[in-house]
Design a protein around this ligand. Structure first.
Ligand SMILES: Nc1ncnc2c1ncn2[C@@H]1O[C@H](COP(=O)(O)OP(=O)(O)OP(=O)(O)O)[C@@H](O)[C@H]1O
Ligand SMILES: [Mg+2]
Length: 537
């Protein structure tokens, strides 16, 4: 059980949480929701203990809490099995210190004593069965014994994620805290994670912007609504419904009241000057009593995403012939051939590790293909939105300053207007770039793309971190854009709404170049992997 008691968190003048009390009980699986920037990650960090509340509010948590690390590449030089054991930091540090002491030629008396203490710590933390325990978790998540000693760098990204999950699970934590675990996962891995979490018996708190995922995993939703957290039973859709109903009740109540008030007002107006003054007085009082209940502001906001192109360009955008790329023996694509024309909206799809990012990076010249021709049309300039979007925004300045450096000519007002449309209004635009939440960073990067007005837009998984409103705003922005779009995505809603062309990495037929929408593609290519996608979304 995690018990949060009267916790307040402020950043400068902004209050994210005002005296929030909430309980997370064992056996329940809570989705922590709220729009971008609502404070989900901040609240999660308060739960893990990484940051402190601003006031004296308290958090009671079980002794062992499993936390999912965000950086999938942080452990690349470690062995897989060690990465899992690092989930217990006390144990891991004790191991390290002990090994260092053991290697000393002539340890001092003090050091010998320390060695004894360390052995006690290791025993207390079940250190003697650590490798065995870690091995069992790894097996459970689909990594066979013969790989356990390999380096993390040998694993594809989705399996790195699994190891990090194993790290969080190491030592049987009574609570598991996951911040956006589905980002970067393909649909198959998301299914796997859903099944996996459904049998977790401790207290689960998970942040996600994926409605389908939340509906399938969660027994409760803890929704951040302005500075409070309200818990609803059920999945995401149930929460939305309950919220709507509450709103409707208030709205209907207000309508009835307005009717009554109108009648009373008429009476008062008619008799105000007459003898019925006591009746008029009581009617006036009644009118005051019937003041409409204030409707809560909705915490949902949608950015306004529109891309324009400065000047139209020729019809031929890109010609690719014989494109081949291998990493050692692993053939990513071979002899790929496709032509892209002005106005095409190309979705690049396929499972994790299939080569989607590699294809984009070959196209824009960031990596060299092994063979083949890539020919861009004249003046085909592009804006590129890379997968690790956050790292594009340098720390140490405000959002406004960051954007201004790319928009020297446009001037302050235009930039402010643009920021406003992307939901950085007023002081929000003065936020430090290193403090931006995932979704805020994504919006800021998109603001720059909107300003650049290039005729070609290239996105690598733009919907990671974005809330549902922002995803549909992006879909709108991309489908109304008169230029050409390349987008790598696992988001079926986005692909369905935007794509007119599909480049699909498949195991059966390699890279398929399909002319048509995603739904048409699904009808034509009923592979197993896509059948699952269809069922899911
Ligand atoms: N150290 C900080 N200093 C100032 N402001 C901060 C700091 N950390 C976070 N914030 C602000 O607090 C708000 C909440 O941030 P947080 O990262 O918790 O949001 P989130 O709900 O996780 O959003 P997302 O869905 O985009 O991940 C944001 O507006 C963010 O800019
Ligand atoms: Mg976050």
């Amino acid at each position: 059980m995690i018990v949060v008691n009267e916790v307040t968190k402020e950043f400068g003048t902004r209050t994210l949480f005002d005296s929030v009390s909430v309980k997370f009980s064992p056996g329940n699986r809570y989705g922590l929701t709220g729009p971008n920037g609502a404070g989900k990650s901040t609240f999660m960090k308060i739960l893990t203990g990484e940051i402190e509340p601003t006031n004296r509010g308290t958090i009671d948590r079980p002794r062992k809490v499993g936390v999912l690390q965000q950086d999938r590449f942080a452990y690349d030089n470690e062995r897989i099995i060690d990465t899992v054991i690092m989930g217990n930091a006390t144990l891991w540090n004790a191991f390290k210190e002990r090994d260092a002491l053991c290697e000393m030629a002539e340890p001092s008396e003090v050091q010998m004593n320390r060695l004894c203490d360390l052995e006690t710590v290791i025993a207390d933390e079940n250190g003697y069965t650590a490798e065995f325990d870690a091995g069992a978790i790894l097996r459970g998540i689909g990594i066979p014994d013969e790989q356990h000693e390999n380096l993390m760098s040998t694993l594809p990204t989705d399996y790195k994620f699994r190891v990090l999950l194993a790290q969080a699970l190491f030592g049987d934590p009574l609570a598991l805290l996951l911040d956006e675990p589905t980002n970067h996962l393909d649909l198959e891995s998301i299914h796997w994670l859903e099944d996996f979490l459904q049998i977790y018996e401790g207290t689960l708190v998970v942040i996600s912007h994926d409605r389908h995922f939340l509906n399938s995993v969660c027994t409760h939703i803890a929704d951040i609504d302005y500075d409070t957290i309200i818990t609803y039973p059920g999945g995401y859709d149930d929460m939305v419904e309950q919220k709507m109903q509450a709103r409707q009740t208030v709205e209907t109540g207000n309508k009835d009241k307005a009717k009554k008030v109108a009648q009373l007002r008429e009476f008062v107006a008619r008799f105000a000057a007459g003898q019925r003054s006591s009746q008029v007085q009581s009617r006036k009082k009644e009118m005051m009593r019937l003041a409409p209940q204030e409707l809560k502001r909705s915490n949902i906001q949608r950015p306004f995403i529109r891309f324009e192109q400065e000047k139209p360009i020729g019809r031929e955008i890109l010609q690719v012939k014989g494109l081949t790329k291998k990493f050692d023996d692993n053939v990513i694509f071979k002899d790929a051939r496709f032509d892209i024309e002005r106005g095409d909206k190309v979705a690049i799809i396929g499972r994790n590790g299939a080569g989607k990012t590699t294809l984009l990076r070959c196209l824009i010249g960031e990596i060299e293909p092994d063979a083949g021709d890539i020919k861009w049309g004249d003046s085909g300039t592009w804006s590129y939105y890379p997968q690790d979007s956050h790292s594009q925004i340098k720390p140490g300045c405000t959002a406004l300053e960051w954007l201004m450096q790319y928009m020297v000519e446009e001037g302050n007002q235009v930039v402010r207007g643009l920021l406003g449309r992307m939901l950085f209004s007023g002081d929000e635009s003065l936020k430090a770039t290193e403090a931006l939440s995932g979704g805020e960073a994504a919006r800021l990067l998109m603001a720059r793309m909107m300003m650049q007005k290039n005729p070609i837009l290239i996105f690598d998984e733009p919907t990671n971190h974005l809330d549902l409103e922002a995803v549909s705003a992006l879909a709108e922005g991309l489908s109304t854009f008169p230029g050409t779009v390349f987008v790598v995505s696992h988001d079926r809603d986005l692909i369905s709404n935007v794509a007119t062309r599909i480049l699909s990495f498949t195991q059966e037929e390699g890279l398929i170049d399909f002319h048509g929408t995603y739904d048409e593609y699904l009808q034509n290519h009923k592979f197993k992997e896509f059948a699952t996608e269809g069922r899911r979304r």
